[in-house]
Design a protein around this ligand. Structure first.
Ligand code: GAP
Length: 536
């Protein structure tokens, strides 16, 4: 599947629109249309249901070290600035970027690659902001243009090694920027904080500066004590939260994959330090299985354990759940979710102050006078286990998912084309979204075969009966074949058609989106039949 086909379908059928499109759009921001909003809600609801509301704290789930509890939170997007100072986001949440003085474009330093090439006595680095085969093609094309070569003179280019990252290049004066015509137009890399800054209060001074949260996680850490004090949860337990996060990404790209406003679905799971490795493995495997259960195919989904050098300074283990999005080069995967063992870093940071690693230890970072660089809350965030009479700072396992990325992966996976007879019985290309029934925005469509003979009246009665139970769609316009195709294209699993036989025996046709099989049931059985099939 080409990504352009999915993007076009999303716009055509009202899944996703560019934000503020009539004004030319705003890069990195997206609006979910009438069908998109339902799809994303279904993703979020599946997550909340499976992780929180349906969790049975009385039983040990398969693979878990013990039974555990789950509760939810919904925290504010803007929080006290000290939260971000102690979490490390204020000092460390940076990307390096390079600007092009010629094209005025900005690139993420670690995402620009390129190749060294020799020609006409010069050696230059031809940069591209696209990797893989496309990057190879682009650099070839750019080098030909730069050296003023025709197609037949391509041999004059002597390539010196494969595509490598710009981060490996020291001599920027020899770099031909991704969109530049002259050499040396890229600036040295500069740090760029990804948090959106705004002002809370009327005075508007620097002391009123606040940030839109770049992750939902911190709300759960700073409420750890509130949750323990206000509920009867005991360790091990998890707090779940989903909601908007904001990052001023330098290069938002690949549809909603990297946006500046997006939704996260995060769990902070608090456990005894001694059992934390087992909990880490449990959550890593369970979260992977969640995507499989909703239809992501195993050959495009992978669980990748981070190498030691990839781990954050506080993490004893991290794994990414990744999907082979179609906009990536062959063999590349994009992150859907990170599952991290965070030790006691977060609770200690919010208690003692911002931590840094010193040898094997995490210690409070100090300034030139020896005072904490960022003071913590001073609140005791330890946990007292009244059964073992032990006090400790719990360890945290954090499965952190993106609702928009998951929605995009489900859409990519669902996009299918096959051949089926059109309304005239001729074979024709059919586009259908093979969405899991739990995720499908519309669960069933109801059609009268023709707009006469009392068929619309019966179809409307069926629609009326189904409507309070599930999202259904009524359509009586145009040829029935075309109506089927419109529903296939938005992933509706079943279509119910009232036809002339309905007038005789009260039965209707049910058609399956994926197999195209049709069967008859009595019109009064539609609700029970659909419920059973949707739950299967
Ligand atoms: N609390 C940990 C945390 O936020 P992260 O890997 O930065 O970790 C977690 O983000 C998830 O949030 C990612 O796996 C991804 O699904 C989603 N995400 C992060 N940045 C995003 C962006 N710019 N656009 C869309 N989703 C994003």
């Amino acid at each position: 599947m080409e990504m352009d086909q999915l993007v076009a379908l999303c716009k055509r059928r009202g899944f996703l629109f560019q934000s503020s499109e009539i004004y030319g759009g705003l890069q990195g921001f997206w609006d979910y249309g009438p069908l998109g909003v339902e799809l994303k809600r279904n993703v979020r609801e599946a997550w909340w249901h499976d992780m929180v509301t349906s969790h049975n704290e009385l039983e040990v789930p398969p693979g878990a070290p013990s039974a555990f509890e789950m509760v939810g939170l919904d925290c504010s997007i803007i929080m006290h600035s000290q939260v971000w100072k102690c979490s490390g986001h204020y000092d460390l949440f940076h990307d390096y970027m390079v600007d092009c003085r010629e094209s005025k474009r900005r690139y993420r330093f670690d995402q620009v690659c390129g190749r060294w090439v020799r020609c006409k006595g010069q050696r230059i680095f031809v940069a591209s902001d696209v990797a893989g085969d496309e990057g190879l093609e682009l650099t070839q094309h750019k080098a030909m243009k730069f050296f003023n070569l025709r197609g037949k003179d391509a041999d004059e280019l002597v390539w010196d090694g494969p595509l490598v990252l710009l981060t490996t290049v020291k001599e920027f004066q020899h770099v031909l920027g991704p969109d530049a015509k002259t050499l040396g137009t890229l600036t040295a890399p500069r740090e760029f904080n990804l948090m959106f800054k705004t002002i809370a209060g009327a005075l508007g001074g620097e002391e009123d500066a606040v940030f839109l949260r770049p992750e939902t996680a911190q709300g759960m850490f700073v409420n750890f004590k509130n949750v323990c004090d206000s509920t009867r949860v005991r360790i091990p337990f998890g707090i779940a939260q989903m909601g908007k996060s904001f990052r001023n990404e330098i290069t938002p790209r690949n549809f909603t994959f990297r946006s500046r406003e997006f939704e996260q679905m995060e769990i902070e799971f608090f456990c005894r330090p001694s059992t934390s490795p087992e909990w880490y493995r449990y959550w890593r495997d369970r979260r992977y299985q969640w995507y499989v259960s909703l239809g992501l195919a195993s050959e495009r989904l992978r669980l990748r354990d981070h190498e030691q050098e990839e781990l954050s300074h506080y993490s004893c283990g991290t794994a990414d759940i990744e999907y082979a999005f179609p906009f990536l080069s062959q063999g590349e995967f994009g992150e859907l979710e990170g599952v991290a063992h965070r030790g006691d870093f977060d609770l200690r940071s919010h208690s003692e102050g911002k931590l840094v690693r010193q040898g094997d230890q995490l210690v409070v970072e100090t300034d030139a006078e020896g005072r904490p660089r960022h003071r913590g809350s001073g609140k005791d965030l330890s946990y007292f286990d009244d059964q073992t009479k032990e006090r400790y700072i719990p360890h945290v396992i954090e499965p952190s998912a993106g609702a928009d990325r998951a929605t995009l992966a489900f859409l990519c996976e669902a996009y299918n084309e096959d051949e089926a007879p059109d309304e005239n019985g001729k074979p024709a290309k059919r586009v259908f979204l093979k969405l899991h029934p739990r995720l499908a925005p519309i669960k069933a469509a109801v059609f009268p075969l023709v707009k006469k003979d009392g068929m619309p009246e019966i179809a409307r009665e069926i629609y009326k009966a189904l409507k309070p139970l599930m999202p259904v769609f009524y359509d009586e316009k145009g040829a029935v074949g075309r109506r089927y195709r419109r529903q296939d294209e938005v992933g509706t699993p079943f279509c119910i058609t009232v036809d002339s036989q309905t007038l005789e025996d009260g039965t209707v046709t049910v058609r399956d989106r994926d197999t195209l099989q049709q069967w008859r049931i009595h019109k009064d059985e539609c609700a029970a039949d659909l419920r059973q099939r949707l739950m299967a």
